[in-house]
Structures are given as structure tokens and as C-alpha cells.
Design a binder for this molecule. Structure first.
Ligand code: ATP
Length: 400
């Protein structure tokens, strides 16, 4: 197997990265190119770097549009500085048969022999580059020769540089540019940036088709469930105004939270397995998850709205995913969706008025009393508890 590796901060991923990956994949017949967002970049100071979860998700969105490209979170899982040599050694352990090709722009290629344990690094992978900025073909050939003389392999594909950089994109976005073509990135990556207020943008500027969301809920949910979802949207917006959250995002999360509830359980579970990143890890690592079908629809909806509706806002995704179980350390947004679900207009269980009143005055008291109701119901029905349930009950001092 021939494996390409393209490391970077990817803040954000752009067309220059994708062109580099695609050019090498085609020219050398690489089976796959892995984009590996750095955890802590060794070469750059990055004070306002979005966390790795954001950068990995953006890279995934860009790679999904191109055959043979994928994203690895390998460096996110390794503490400390993300040295490329460590990544190459790890990839050799994971794929002992693979030939590794390390792709980089010419700015990096010029410096590669100064990197941490460069002597080892150039023996682990063929170092590959393309022109970038003002670097000339002859400069790159000279550097390729230096790498070979130091005991490594190097490859240069010459092409006119593509004048795009993450720093340029960040500056253009901050200056108000919103055309993905002009910026040099995928429309879906731009949507991710806007939905998550990255690089000085504001999530309230996110434009989405609310009528299409409502329509989808009407089609997927039974009539009573659809009415509930509409009421939760209204209630979530109300609570957002009280608690200083974004009303628009809370309304969307409320409208979409039960989108998968009327799907057959096996479909819910297969959607749940399509979750990504730390959200997926947190939910799938819980060994009890497969035994509790009633809680699948929340995480399933988080995966569904990402793929089918292009909803990438992290707070909405977590709010939807945890609306039934809750979890330890819930954010204010997540509590709003959880409580809106319990206190929407049509809810009439004994005690609902108290939860309604508390949810507007003392959110944690409202959470505690709701968890007590849940614990009682779970005891009665002998429902197994997942780790999230155990942990949140502990946090609020509720016994199961
Ligand atoms: P910044 O502008 O913040 O320095 P960047 O655009 O260089 O970021 P990185 O994520 O740091 O993006 O780059 C990852 C790798 O991709 C590096 O090896 C870099 O040289 C290469 N690269 C980035 N942009 C291009 C481009 N336009 N053409 C070729 N290679 C590129």
C-alpha cells in the first residue's frame, strides 16, 4: 500500500491542501492520502487556533468531496507537540506494509532537514513537494538533492503555485469575504466556519432553510411527535432568551432533536454509528449503549442533521445528541434543550409546572428534579443505565 500523509494546522483546510493531496495521489498512484491536523504545531505559533475537533471536522468536510482522501485524528490523540517523525513511526506501526509519502508545500520542504529528528524522518517517508509562493523549481531541486544526500528520498512535482493560504483566508474572512470560490475553500467548510463563529465570524449570520428543516420533521415524525418538536423549538427559544443563549440555534436544536425518534431502531443505531470525532468516541465507548434503544435517537439525530441538512454547529449537535440522557458537565445550551424537551407546552406529567417554573429561575434545580423523575422511571422499568446517565446522576446527587 502507498500512503500519502499531509500534516498541517488546517486552520482552515483549503484548496491548496486538496490540490497538493490530489496531485500526488494521482501522480504516484497513492492508495490514500491522510490529512492529519496537528494537535500542537511544532513549527507555528497559533494563538487563536480553533481546537482540533473543529479543524478535523472541517478537513473531513473537504475530503468527503474528493476520492482517496481521508482525515486522521492520530495527532489529536497524542499529547504534547505534534512531531512529524512520531507520526510517521506510528503510521509504520499501524501499517507495517505501507510505503509512506510525506507531502508538503515548498515552504515546509525548504526547512524539513531542520525538523525534530530529521535524519530519522527522511528515512521513514519519501518527502514530496510542489511549488508555493515565490519558491523556484531549481531551489526545490537543490533541496531535493540535499535530502537525498542526507540519506532520504525526495520527489518534486512542478506546477504553477496556487496562491492560497490559511492565513490569507483567515484575514479575508475577517475582512468580510464570504464567497468560497474567492476564498479558495469548500462551501461546506465555509458553512462550518460561519456556523461555529470561527475566525471572527458570528454564528447569527448563518443562513439556513428553516422551512426545509420543519418540513423534514413533519415527514419523519408522527403527528404528535411533530407537534412536540415544534413546541420544544418554541420553548428552547424562550429559555435561550432567559439564559442568554442564542435563540436561533436553540430553536433549530429544538426543532430537530427528535428527527430520528420514529425511525426503526436498527436505523437509529446505524445513524448513531456515523457520528464523528469526540462525540462519537464518547457515545460509542460506552459499552451499555447497545442495550438501551430508547436513547439512540438523540445521537442518531446529531449524525443525521450533519449529513442530511448540513448542520455543523457544535452546540446544536451536542444539544441534540444529549437531549435524552444528559451528561456530566453539560453546557448551558445542552441544559436548555434538555429542559425544553421536558417543559414544552403539551407536557402534562405530574410535577411539570414545578420543572417549568424552575427552568426559568434555577436551571440546576430544574435539572436535578428532572433527573429524579428519570431515575424513578428507570427503576420502575428496570432500564439499564449508560455511563452518561450514571455520571450525570452522580453530579446532581441523584441515586439510581
Ligand atoms: P498558514 O497560512 O496559516 O501558514 P497554510 O496555508 O500553510 O497555513 P497549513 O495547514 O499550515 O496551511 O499547511 C499544511 C501543508 O500544506 C504545509 O506543508 C503547506 O506547505 C502545504 N500547503 C498549504 N497551502 C499550500 C498551497 N497553496 N500549495 C501547496 N502546498 C500548500
Amino acid at each position: 500500500m502507498k500512503l500519502g500523509i499531509l500534516g498541517g494546522t488546517f486552520s482552515p483546510v483549503h484548496n491548496g491542501h486538496i490540490r497538493l493531496a490530489q496531485t500526488y495521489r494521482q501522480a504516484l498512484g497513492l492508495d490514500q492520502v491522510l490529512l492529519i491536523p496537528t494537535h500542537i504545531p511544532p513549527h507555528k505559533t497559533a494563538p487563536d487556533l480553533p481546537d482540533g475537533e473543529h479543524r478535523c471536522r472541517m478537513a473531513e468536510l473537504a475530503c468527503e468531496e474528493v476520492q482517496g482522501l481521508a482525515v486522521s485524528d492520530l495527532e489529536q490523540r497524542r499529547p504534547g507537540k505534534s512531531y512529524t517523525v512520531d507520526t510517521l513511526e506510528e503510521l509504520h506501526r499501524l501499517y507495517p506494509e505501507a510505503e509512506l509519502y510525506l507531502l508538503m508545500g515548498s515552504d515546509m520542504f525548504r526547512t524539513v532537514l531542520t525538523w525534530h529528528r530529521a535524519g530519522d524522518l527522511i528515512r521513514l517517508a519519501t518527502v514530496c513537494t510542489m511549488e508555493r509562493g515565490t519558491d523556484t523549481p531549481s531551489e526545490l531541486e537543490t533541496q531535493a538533492e540535499r535530502i537525498r544526500q542526507s540519506g532520504g528520498e525526495a520527489c518534486v512535482i512542478h506546477a504553477a503555485p496556487l496562491d492560497v493560504s490559511s492565513s490569507g483566508i483567515r484575514a479575508a474572512i475577517a475582512a468580510g469575504e464570504r464567497d468560497p470560490g474567492t476564498l479558495g475553500l469548500s462551501p461546506r467548510v465555509l458553512s462550518y466556519i460561519l456556523q461555529n463563529s470561527l475566525y471572527g465570524t458570528d454564528e447569527t449570520a448563518w443562513r439556513y432553510d428553516e422551512a426545509a428543516f420543519v418540513d423534514l420533521a413533519r415527514r419523519l415524525e408522527k403527528p404528535g411527535r411533530f407537534l412536540h418538536s415544534q413546541n420544544v423549538a418554541v420553548r428552547a427559544e424562550e429559555l435561550a432568551r432567559i439564559w442568554g443563549e442564542n435563540p436561533m440555534l436553540c430553536r433549530v436544536a429544538g426543532q430537530l432533536h427528535d428527527l430520528c425518534k420514529n425511525l426503526p431502531p436498527e436505523q437509529q443505531f446505524s445513524w448513531l454509528k456515523r457520528l464523528r470525532g469526540p462525540l462519537r468516541d464518547a457515545i460509542m465507548e460506552d459499552k451499555h449503549i447497545a442495550q438501551v434503544p430508547p436513547i439512540w435517537h438523540g445521537p442518531a439525530a446529531a449524525a443525521y442533521i450533519w449529513e442530511e441538512l448540513g448542520v455543523y454547529n457544535r452546540r446544536i449537535l451536542y444539544g441534540v445528541a444529549y437531549h435524552t440522557t444528559g451528561r456530566a458537565g453539560m453546557t448551558r445550551f445542552e441544559k436548555i434543550i434538555y429542559l425544553a424537551d421536558l417543559t414544552s407546552a403539551e407536557r402534562d406529567f405530574p410535577g411539570v409546572e414545578e420543572v417549568r417554573e424552575l427552568s426559568e429561575r434555577d436551571m440546576d434545580a430544574a435539572m436535578r428534579i428532572s433527573l429524579e423523575f428519570t431515575a424513578e422511571k428507570m427503576r420502575k422499568n428496570a432500564t439499564p443505565a449508560t455511563r452518561d446517565t450514571v455520571e450525570i446522576m452522580e453530579e446532581y446527587g441523584v441515586s439510581l
